[in-house]
Design a protein around this ligand. Structure first.
Ligand SMILES: [Zn+2]
Ligand SMILES: [Zn+2]
Length: 1209
C-alpha cells in the first residue's frame, strides 16, 4: 500500500495526506462518505500519544511513523516486530535490555496501528464466540492478546500505542499471526463511563448461595446475584460443542483469614466467555442474573449465568445483602455422595504418591518441546501444559513470558529420566498471562514444530500419565534425532495416528509403552473441575522406571567396545591350571581371539535396537544405520531361514531381542602365564562389533520415502527403481538359484577405459542356477508373457557374476529360491549371455554352466517365491572314508570352538623356521548335525586367507551350514575341511542364550569296542592296573626345547634364560571289568593320576627342574622300570615307589575322550589271538585291542565300594 510508505522527512503535508487516505480506507465504516471528524479524532489521538513521550523531535506529528493496516501486517510483515509510539528511544533501549542476555529483543518498527477491539471473529457467528480477542479494521482481523482487559473496551476503536506482532509460527495450522498488546489502548472516541447502579444490588454470598442451590424447591429467588472473592478459576475448556469455564466465589472469614465456603458458577454463554480475560483471582466480583442448572450426567446443580448476566467488580456501596427466611433443614446438606476413588488405585498406595496443588508465579526461561507443551520455568522447573488445552497460550509462550499458575499440580521425582520437579495444570487450574516476552521467538527446529497433534493424542486419547508422557516425548525426540531428517521427515515420523495409518513414532514406542486401549479413561472436564476430592490424571503418580532406551548405533558400538575391553581378562581366557604348562606361543594363541555376546537385558534400562537396514554395495554385508553411524548385522528370518527378500532394504528394524557380538582380536607376547596380568604385553587389540537377530523377533516397518511435497507420507514403498521420466518399460527374467559361492576378491579383467591401470582384484561372488523361462516385459503393473526360447528342452543353466555395487545382493541370495532380475530399460535384451571374452578368461567357473552373465549395477533383484531351503548334505561315509579325498563336501554343524592356528597346509620347513611367514588361519571345530547319529562326529574346518576374517556369526554355539568345503586328510590320517572360493557358508542359528553343557554319559569301556556309534567323550568307573610311563620335564617357554640344568637347550639365542614351563605326562593302564584301556594324562591331570595335592605336585616339579627331565618306563605289572636317570637316584626311587603304591593303583572315576579322533580314517585295529600259559595248558584266546583314551579329569569314587556295586549291578 503506497499510502503507508513514510514520506520524506519534514513533509508534514504529505504525511497528513497519507494519514487521511489511510483513515478513510481502513477505519471509516465501509461505504460511507469521507469522515472528517473521524480523521481529526484519530490524528489528535496519535498526536497526544506521540507527544506524551516528552520529546517531540521538532514535530507534533510522528513523521517517522507510518500507518499500517491489519492486512498489511498480515501479508507484508514476515518477521516478528514491535512498535512503541509513546516510547522514547531510551525507553525502548531500556525495554530491549530486558530481553537479554539469553535472547534478542523484538525488532522495533515505526508503525501506527489502529483498530476495533472485539471478541467477535470475522468468520464466526456471535454464538460461536470462544473468549478470544481480536483487533479489526476494514482490511481484516487479527488475533490479539491483552493482559488487562476492561470489558467496556470491546467494540471501540483504539490507537494501540505499544504492541508486538508475531507472524504465524511454523506449527500454526491457522497460518495467522497475532498481536500482543502491551500498553492500555488509547480510545479514539472518549469512552462512556458506566455509572454505578442507582439502587444497591441485592446479593447473595457464597454460603447462602450454596444453601439456596440445595433447597431450591423451598426458596424461589428469581435470578439471584452472587458476590464474593474469586477463589478459583478453571481452565477455559473448549470442546467441539461449546466452550465454558467455571469460577468459584468464596467468602473470607476475617477471623481466620481463610475461605470458609465457596460456590461454583459455570459461564458458558458465548458472549460472556471474554470475561475469562478479565477475571483476576483474589479480586471480589458480583455476578448478576444467575440461575441454577443441572450438569448433564451429574446429579448436582450448579449456578450458571444467563444471557442477561453481568460481571462487575464488587464495590460495597453498590450492594446489599439479600436476606432469606430460614431455617434450612440440616438433613440433606450432602445430597450428592462423594465419589470414592477407584479401589484399584488404592491397592498400590505404597508406590503411588499424591501431587501437591499450589499457586505459582514465574517466568518462562526456556522452551523444552513446544509441540509437546513443555517449557522451563525460572530455570529450575518443568512446566507441562499438555493436560490443558493450551492452543491459545502456545503462540505467546517463549522465554520471557510471565505466567501466573492457579491450582497447578507439582510432581516431584517423576522418574523416567526427568530430574526436575514438574508443574502441570489440569483443567481445574488456570494459566494466566501476566506479561509478554520481549524476545524474538527462537527459530524452532523441525523437531520442535511437528508432532503437536501426536502429543495431544498421547494425553487425550492414550491417556498417558505425566511421567510416561515426559518419557515418551523425550524418547520420540531421541528417535527423531536418530532418524530425521535423512531417513524420514519429521512430519512423517511425528504425524498423528489415524485408523489404518498409525504414527511411525508411536509404532516404534508402542511395544515399550503398553498403551491402554483408546478411550478407556475418558477425562470428564466437569468432574475434574468440580468434584471433591479432586481427581485428575495429575493427582496421583508413581515414579517411572525407564521402560527402555533407544541408543544411537554409534553409542551402542562404543558401549560394546568399552565393555568388551573392560571384561577382557587374559587369566579368564586361559584357565590357570592349564596356563602354567603352556609355552609362550600357545599361551598367546589362547588370547588371540575371544568373543562376547551382550544382550539387551544386560543394559539398564534395556536397550532397543533401531536402524534402517541397508545393504553395502562396497562390502556386500548388511548394516543397520541411523544418523550416528551404522552397525554390521547378521539377520535370519527365523531359525535356519536366511533373509531372502531384498525389499527389506530400507526398512526400519526395531528389535528388543538381539545379540550384540564383539569379537576381540588381540596380538600379545606374554612370555609366560606369570605375566598375564601385565597389560604391557598386549601389542595390538581390535574389536569387531555386530548384531545378530531374528527378524521374527523384530518389528519391521516400511519407511515412507522422504518427500517434501507429499502430505501423505505412508504411501506404499515404490518397487520401481529410479528410471528416467517416460521410460517405464522394464524387462525381467526369473532364475532358480542352486549354488552361491563365497564373497571374496577375485581377479577380473574388467574392460575399462583406464586400461593402463593394473587390474586389481575385485570383490565379487557368483551364483549358479537356471533360467525359468525367457525374458518378460512389464505391461502396466504386471509382467507380460515370457519370450519364447530357442530351444525349449535345453536346461537354461546360467552363472551370474555379481561384482561392483551389485555385491549388495549377496546376503539375500540363497540356494533353492527363485529370484527375478529386473533391468530398468527394455531397449536392448539384457539377459543374454556374454560373449566369449568373459568365457575364455574364466574357464574354471564356467565348468558345467552354459553361459555366464554379469549383473549390472542398475539391475535390481526381487524375490519371486520363497521355499524352505533344501541344503545339500554329504553322507557320513562320504565324509569319513579314505576313498573320496580332495572332494567337495557339504554338511550342517554346530561350532564347538574357534581358535586361531597355523595353516595345516604350511610346509614343515616353514613351521619350524620362519614364523612370520606362516599363513594366518582360523580353525573351527564342529559337531556334525546328522539325523541318524546319537554321538555327532567332530571335524575341523580351516579358514585361511583370503577368506579371513571369517564371515559374521561363526561363533561357538552357532549352527552353520557349510556347502562345498574341500575335504582333505592330514598326515596323521585325520579328515579336515578347508573353505574354498566355491564354499557357501550360511549361519542357521545363533549361539543359544543359555549354554547348558550336557553331562558326559557314564559307560562301560567295552561299549567303545562294538564298532557302532560311540560317544567321543564319556565317563567310566575303572581301576588303575599299572603305570606304563611317566615323564616330567621343563621346556623353554619361548622355543619349547627342553631346559637342561635350567637352560634352554635350543639354538635360538634370543631365548630368555628364566622363562621355562614344566610339562608332565603319564600313561596308565585301566580296566573296568569289561575292557582295558591305555589312558594318557597330561600336565595337571598327572597330579590327579598320582593322587598328589597341589603343594606336593609343585615341589615334585621343582625337584625335576635341576635334571630338566625325568622319564620312567614300566614294562608290566611288577616289572622292572627303565629310566632316563640313574635308578638309584632318590627322585627316581621315589617316583618308582609312588607309581607302584596302592595310592596310585586304585579305583578312579575317569572322564575321557577317545585318542583317535572321529575324523581319523586309519582302519580300526581288529582283535588278535594271543597265547597264554595256564599251568600246563597253553591257551589261545582272542584279545581285544587296547582302547586309547585321553584323560579329561580323574576323580576319586564317592565311596570305595562304588566300583564293586557298579559292576555287580
Ligand atoms: Zn488436577
Ligand atoms: Zn628356547
Amino acid at each position: 500500500m503506497a499510502a503507508c510508505r513514510p514520506p520524506a522527512p519534514g513533509s508534514e503535508e504529505a504525511w497528513l495526506k497519507a494519514a487521511q487516505t489511510f483513515i478513510q480506507e481502513t477505519l471509516c465504516p465501509a461505504g460511507q462518505q469521507p469522515n472528517v471528524r473521524l480523521t481529526q479524532l484519530v490524528l489528535d489521538c496519535v498526536k497526544t500519544t506521540w507527544l506524551s513521550q516528552g520529546r517531540s523531535q521538532g514535530s507534533t506529528l510522528p513523521l517517522s511513523y507510518s500507518f499500517v493496516s491489519v492486512q498489511n501486517l498480515r501479508t507484508h510483515q514476515r518477521l516478528p516486530c514491535c512498535s512503541h509510539l509513546s516510547w522514547s528511544s531510551s525507553a525502548y533501549q531500556h525495554w530491549a535490555q530486558g530481553a537479554e542476555p539469553n535472547g534478542s529483543p523484538l525488532h522495533r518498527e515505526r508503525l501506527l496501528l489502529l483498530g476495533t477491539l472485539t471478541d467477535l471473529s470475522e468468520d464466526l457467528e456471535p454464538e460461536c464466540r470462544n473468549g478470544s480477542l481480536y483487533v479489526r479494521d476494514n482490511t481484516g482481523i487479527l488475533d490479539c492478546e491483552l493482559i488487562d482487559l476492561d470489558l467496556s473496551w470491546l467494540g471501540h476503536l483504539f490507537l494501540f500505542p505499544s504492541w508486538s506482532y508475531l507472524p504465524p509460527a511454523k506449527w500454526s495450522s491457522s497460518g495467522k499471526g497475532h498481536l500482543e498488546l502491551w500498553d492500555a489502548p488509547v480510545p479514539v472516541f472518549p469512552l462512556t463511563i458506566t455509572p454505578g447502579p442507582l439502587t444497591p444490588i441485592p446479593v447473595l454470598y457464597p454460603e447462602m448461595a450454596s444453601c439456596l442451590l440445595r433447597h431450591r424447591s423451598k426458596f424461589k429467588v428469581v435470578k439471584p446475584n452472587l458476590a464474593g472473592k474469586l477463589v478459583q478459576l478453571s481452565a477455559l475448556v473448549r470442546s467441539k460443542k461449546k466452550a465454558y469455564f467455571i469460577l468459584s466465589l468464596g467468602e473470607t472469614s476475617a477471623a481466620i483469614n481463610q475461605t470458609v465456603s465457596r460456590v461454583s458458577i459455570i459461564v458458558q454463554i458465548p458472549a460472556q466467555l471474554v470475561w475469562y480475560q478479565v477475571l483476576r483471582p483474589g479480586e471480589a466480583y458480583v455476578l448478576t442474573g444467575l440461575r441454577a442448572s443441572k450438569i448433564r450426567g451429574h446429579c448436582y446443580y450448579i449456578w450458571t449465568t444467563s444471557p442477561s448476566s453481568h460481571l462487575m467488580l464488587l464495590k460495597p456501596e453498590n450492594i446489599q445483602t439479600l436476606e432469606l427466611e430460614g431455617p434450612f433443614p440440616e438433613a440433606d446438606l450432602n445430597p450428592c455422595p462423594m465419589r470414592s476413588k477407584s479401589p484399584d488405585k488404592k491397592e498400590h498406595k505404597g508406590l503411588v504418591r499424591e501431587s501437591k496443588i499450589l499457586h505459582y508465579v514465574g517466568t518462562v526461561t526456556g522452551v523444552l518441546n513446544e509441540a509437546a507443551g513443555l517449557y522451563e520455568l525460572d530455570r529450575q522447573l518443568v512446566l507441562c501444559l499438555a493436560y490443558q488445552q493450551f492452543h491459545g497460550l502456545r503462540r505467546v509462550m517463549r522465554p520471557g513470558v510471565h505466567l501466573e499458575l492457579q491450582d497447578v499440580h507439582l510432581l516431584q521425582s517423576v522418574g523416567g529420566g526427568t530430574t526436575r520437579p514438574v508443574l502441570a495444570p489440569c483443567l481445574r487450574g488456570a494459566v494466566l498471562l501476566r506479561g509478554f516476552s520481549r524476545q524474538k521467538p527462537e527459530t524452532q527446529s523441525s523437531l520442535q514444530v511437528h508432532g503437536a497433534s501426536l502429543y495431544t493424542q498421547l494425553v487425550w486419547e492414550n491417556h498417558l500419565g505425566l511421567p510416561l508422557y515426559l518419557w515418551t516425548t523425550k524418547t520420540l525426540e531421541e528417535l527423531a534425532c536418530k532418524l530425521c531428517p535423512h531417513m524420514l521427515r519429521h512430519h512423517q515420523f511425528l504425524q498423528r495416528s489415524s485408523p489404518g495409518n498409525p504414527s511411525l513414532g508411536l509404532q516404534l514406542l508402542e511395544p515399550s509403552l503398553q498403551l491402554p486401549p483408546s478411550g478407556s479413561h475418558i477425562r470428564n472436564a466437569h468432574s475434574e473441575i468440580l468434584e471433591e476430592p479432586h481427581d485428575c490424571p495429575l493427582q496421583e503418580y508413581a515414579q517411572l522406571q525407564t521402560p527402555c532406551s533407544f541408543p544411537t548405533l554409534a553409542n551402542l558400538r562404543e558401549e560394546a567396545e568399552r565393555r568388551a575391553w573392560a571384561s577382557f581378562d587374559p587369566k579368564a581366557l586361559v584357565p590357570l591350571r592349564d596356563a602354567a604348562y603352556l609355552p609362550s606361543c600357545q599361551l598367546n594363541r589362547c588370547l588371540a581371539w575371544s568373543w562376547l555376546s551382550l544382550r539387551p537385558c544386560t543394559f539398564d534400562p534395556a536397550q532397543v535396537l533401531l536402524g534402517v537396514l541397508v545393504a553395502s554395495s562396497r562390502k556386500g554385508c548388511l548394516h543397520l544405520r541411523d544418523r550416528s553411524g551404522s552397525l554390521p548385522c547378521l539377520l535370519l528370518a527365523k531359525h535356519s531361514q536366511p533373509v531372502t527378500d531384498p525389499q527389506l532394504i530400507g526398512c526400519l528394524v526395531r528389535a528388543e531381542r538381539f545379540q550384540l557380538i564383539i569379537e576381540r582380536d588381540v596380538r600379545s607376547n606374554f612370555p609366560s602365564w606369570k605375566e598375564l596380568d601385565m597389560a604391557g604385553f598386549i601389542q595390538n587389540q581390535q574389536a569387531r562389533v555386530y548384531v545378530q537377530l531374528f527378524l521374527d523377533d523384530a518389528l519391521i516397518l516400511t519407511v515412507p520415502r522422504p518427500t517434501v511435497h507429499s502430505p501423505t507420507p505412508s504411501a506404499p514403498p515404490h518397487k520401481e527403481p529410479l528410471c528416467p521420466e517416460g521410460s517405464h518399460i522394464r524387462q525381467s527374467r526369473l532364475f532358480l538359484l542352486s549354488h552361491k559361492e563365497t564373497l571374496m576378491k577375485r581377479n577380473f579383467c574388467v574392460p575399462q577405459e583406464t586400461s593402463s591401470e593394473v587390474p586389481k582384484p575385485t570383490l565379487s561372488f557368483h551364483v549358479s542356477g537356471s533360467w525359468l523361462g525367457g525374458t518378460q516385459r512389464n505391461e502396466g503393473n504386471r509382467w507380460g508373457p515370457p519370450d519364447a526360447l530357442r530351444d525349449e528342452n535345453k536346461e537354461q543353466k546360467i552363472l551370474l557374476i555379481f561384482l561392483g555395487s551389485s555385491v549388495r545382493w549377496f546376503e539375500f541370495l540363497h540356494p533353492g529360491q527363485a529370484y527375478r532380475l529386473v533391468a530398468p530399460s527394455a531397449s536392448t535384451p539384457a539377459f543374454e549371455a556374454e560373449g566369449s571374452s568373459c568365457m575364455s578368461q574364466r574357464p574354471l567357473e564356467l565348468a558345467g554352466c552354459v553361459s555366464c552373465l554379469t549383473v549390472q549395477d542398475e539391475w535390481t533383484l526381487e524375490l519371486e517365491s520363497s521355499q524352505n531351503m533344501l541344503l545339500p548334505e554329504s553322507s557320513l561315509t562320504h565324509l569319513f572314508s579314505d576313498k573320496f579325498i580332495n572332494t567337495l563336501v557339504s554338511f550342517s554343524a554346530e561350532i564347538l570352538s574357534r581358535t586361531p592356528c597355523e595353516s595345516p597346509l604350511a610346509p614343515v620347513w616353514m613351521m619350524s623356521g620362519n614364523k612370520e611367514a606362516i599363513r594366518r588361519c582360523v580353525k573351527l571345530t564342529v559337531a556334525l548335525q546328522t539325523a541318524d547319529c546319537e554321538f555327532p562326529p567332530r571335524l575341523d574346518i580351516y579358514i585361511e586367507d583370503p577368506h579371513l576374517p571369517p564371515p559374521l556369526g561363526l561363533l561357538p554355539g552357532a549352527q552353520v551350514h557349510f556347502s562345498q568345503l574341500e575335504k582333505r586328510v592330514s598326515r596323521s590320517n585325520n579328515v579336515y575341511c578347508c573353505v574354498r572360493s566355491s564354499t557357501y557358508i550360511q549361519v542357521l542359528s545363533f549361539p543359544s542364550e543359555a549354554t547348558i553343557s550336557a553331562p558326559l554319559p557314564h559307560i562301560y569301556l567295552a561299549e567303545l569296542l562294538r564298532g557302532g556309534p560311540a560317544p567321543f567323550q564319556a565317563i567310566a568307573s575303572c581301576h588303575v592296573v599299572f603305570i606304563i610311563s611317566l615323564q616330567l620335564l621343563w621346556v623353554c617357554a619361548h622355543c619349547t626345547s627342553v631346559c637342561l640344568q635350567g637352560r634352554c637347550s635350543g639354538q635360538d639365542v634370543a631365548c630368555p634364560t628364566q622363562a621355562s614351563v614344566s610339562q608332565a605326562s603319564i600313561r596308565l593302564l585301566v580296566e573296568d571289568g569289561t575292557a582295558e584301556a591305555i589312558v594318557t594324562c597330561r600336565n595337571h591331570h598327572v597330579a590327579e593320576a598320582l593322587g598328589l595335592g597341589p603343594s606336593e605336585w609343585t615341589s615334585l616339579l621343582e625337584s625335576v627342574r635341576e635334571p630338566g627331565r625325568v622319564a620312567l618306563q614300566f614294562t608290566g605289572p611288577g616289572a622292572q622300570l627303565e629310566s632316563s636317570a640313574s635308578i638309584h637316584e632318590p627322585l627316581t626311587l621315589f617316583l618308582r615307589t609312588l607309581c607302584t603304591s596302592p595310592s596310585v593303583l586304585r579305583s578312579i572315576v575317569l572322564s575321557f575322550e577317545l585318542e583317535k579322533k572321529p575324523s581319523n580314517i586309519t582302519p580300526l585295529e581288529s582283535s588278535r589271538l594271543q597265547r597264554f600259559q595256564c599251568g600246563e595248558l597253553p591257551l589261545l584266546t582272542r584279545v581285544n585291542p587296547r582302547l586309547q583314551l585321553v584323560c579329561l579329569s580323574i576323580q576319586e569314587p564317592e565311596h570305595p565300594s562304588f566300583l564293586g556295586a557298579f559292576t555287580s549291578s
